[in-house]
Design a binder for this molecule. Structure first.
Ligand SMILES: O=C(O)C(=O)C[C@]1(C(=O)O)C=C[C@@H](O)C=C1
Length: 397
C-alpha cells in the first residue's frame, strides 16, 4: 500500500483508525495491525484519544501515550502548539462491552447519548430532562444497549435532520431492539468551525466531524476546500483537534464543544441553510401510557404483501379517519432483502422487500387511532407500534 497519509486518527480503543488521504474524502476504515506500509514511504501522525500525538511507523511504533508528538516529517519532533486542557474529569463513553450496572444515586434520570460531552445529542438530552445525568456512549447501538442492560433509564438519539434527512442507522436499530419511543426533542443545530487557538480558517487543510454534521456543512467546506475526515461525534472531533495540536486540522462542532475543549470558533452557523433542525427520539424500556391531554404522535413500522396499491390502501386507513401523517420512511428488510413475486413462474422477478416506518399525529388513546391500526393489521404482514409520545412543537435554539 503506497499511500502517503496526511493524518491517521486512532479512536479510543485503537483498532479503528481514520485515514486522511490528500485528495480522498471520507473515512477509510481499518485495523492498525493490518497496515502493511513500506518503510519510509509512509509517515503520518496519529491522535490517540486522551493521549498525546504519537508518531507511528511499522518499526518504531510507540505504545500509545509513550511517544511524543510529531508532525508529518517523522524525523522532526514538533511540540504541540497548545497544551490540551485537562479533560480527565469528563466521563468515559460507554461501549458495548461495559456490562457492569452503575445506576448512580437513583435521584436523577440517567440518559445515554452517542458521543462525548458537548455533542448535540447531549444538549438534546438536557433540553428534555434539564436535571438529568447524561451518560456518553461510543456508538448509537451502545446507547440502545445501555438502556436494555439497565445501565441508564433512557437513551436519546438523532433520527432526522432538516438538511441531511433520516438517520437510517437508528431506524434499523429501533427494529433490532425492543425499546419504546417515549418522547421527541426538536433542536436547532448551529454548526461552528473550530480550530486551535490563534489559527485562521484559511489555514485549515482538514476538518473532522460526525459525517452527518459534515454533510450539513457541505457548501461551506467546499468553498474552503478542506478535506473532511469522519469522527464518531462532533464533540469527539473537537477533542481530537485539541489533543492533536495540529494547526491545520479543525472540527465542525457546537460552540459548547469549543468551550469545553478550549478551541477557537473560526466561523459560526456554517450549515448549508441558516435554519437547521434535528429531531431526536427518547427511548425507554417501558412505553408511556398514552393520554388525550395534549397532542400526541404515534410511531409504527409495518410490512405489506406485494401487490398493486398495497401501500395506497395502507395509507388510506389513516386518511379515512382524518389522521395526519407527519413522517414516512422505507427501509429494506435486511434479513429478507428479496422476495419472489410469482412463485408459480420459475425464474420470476424478485423485488426488494421493504419495511415502512410511519409517524402519525394521534394518540393511541383515541378510538380513531386504534381503529386505523386494527384496519392496517388486516393488510399488513407485520406491524409493531414503536411508541406513542407527546409531540414536541418547540424548536429549542
Ligand atoms: O455528533 C453529535 O454531536 C451528534 O449529536 C450527532 C448528530 C447526528 O448524528 O446527526 C446530531 C445532530 C446533528 O445533526 C449532527 C450530528
Amino acid at each position: 500500500m503506497a499511500l502517503r497519509c496526511a493524518s491517521i486518527w486512532v479512536s479510543a480503543k485503537t483498532p479503528h483508525f481514520h485515514l486522511g488521504v490528500p485528495g480522498l474524502q471520507g473515512k477509510q476504515y481499518g485495523v492498525v495491525s493490518e497496515l502493511k506500509l513500506p518503510k519510509r514511504e509512509f509517515c503520518c501522525s496519529a491522535v490517540v484519544t486522551g493521549q498525546p500525538i504519537t508518531h507511528l511507523d511499522d518499526e518504531k511504533a510507540h505504545a500509545p501515550g509513550v511517544g511524543s508528538s510529531s508532525a508529518v516529517n517523522p524525523a522532526q519532533e514538533i511540540e504541540p502548539r497548545v497544551l490540551p486542557k485537562d479533560l480527565s474529569f469528563l466521563p468515559k463513553p460507554l461501549s458495548a462491552s461495559d456490562l457492569t450496572p452503575s445506576p448512580g444515586d437513583g435521584t436523577k434520570v440517567r440518559v445515554a447519548y452517542q458521543g462525548i460531552a458537548g455533542a448535540y445529542s447531549e444538549a438534546a438530552a438536557l433540553k428534555a430532562y434539564p436535571d438529568c445525568e447524561t451518560v456518553p456512549c461510543d456508538q448509537f447501538e451502545s446507547t440502545f444497549k445501555a438502556v436494555e442492560l439497565w445501565l441508564v433509564d433512557k437513551a436519546i438519539l438523532p433520527f432526522e435532520n432538516s438538511l441531511g434527512g433520516s438517520i437510517h442507522r437508528n431506524y434499523d436499530l429501533l427494529l433490532r431492539h425492543r425499546l419504546h419511543i417515549v418522547g421527541e426533542v426538536l433542536m436547532t443545530v448551529n454548526h461552528c468551525l473550530l480550530g486551535l487557538p490563534g489559527v485562521r480558517k484559511e489555514e485549515l487543510k482538514h476538518v473532522l466531524s460526525h459525517p452527518n454534521a459534515l454533510a450539513q456543512c457541505e457548501m461551506t467546506l467546499n468553498k474552503l476546500g478542506i478535506i473532511r475526515i469522519n469522527a464518531d461525534d462532533t464533540a469527539g472531533a473537537a477533542q481530537m483537534v485539541a489533543l492533536g495540536g495540529e494547526p491545520d486540522i479543525g472540527a465542525v462542532a457546537s460552540s459548547q464543544a469549543a468551550e469545553i475543549y478550549g478551541l477557537d470558533i473560526l466561523a459560526e452557523k456554517i450549515q448549508d441553510c441558516k435554519d437547521n433542525f434535528t429531531r431526536f427520539l427518547i427511548l425507554a424500556r417501558e412505553p408511556i401510557i398514552p393520554g388525550m391531554d395534549r397532542h400526541y404522535k404515534t410511531s409504527i413500522v409495518f410490512a405489506l404483501e406485494e401487490g398493486p396499491g398495497m401501500l395506497f390502501k395502507a395509507l388510506a386507513v389513516f386518511a379515512m379517519r382524518d389522521i395526519n401523517l407527519s413522517k414516512m420512511e422505507s427501509r429494506p428488510q435486511q434479513k429478507r432483502p428479496l422476495r419472489v413475486v410469482d412463485d408459480s413462474n420459475k425464474g420470476s422477478p424478485r423485488c426488494f422487500d421493504y419495511l415502512f416506518y410511519i409517524d402519525f399525529e394521534a394518540s393511541m388513546a383515541e378510538p380513531r387511532a386504534q381503529d386505523a391500526l386494527g384496519h392496517l393489521q388486516e393488510l399488513a404482514t407485520f406491524l409493531r407500534v414503536l411508541g406513542c409520545y407527546p409531540r414536541d412543537n418547540i424548536i429549542y435554539g
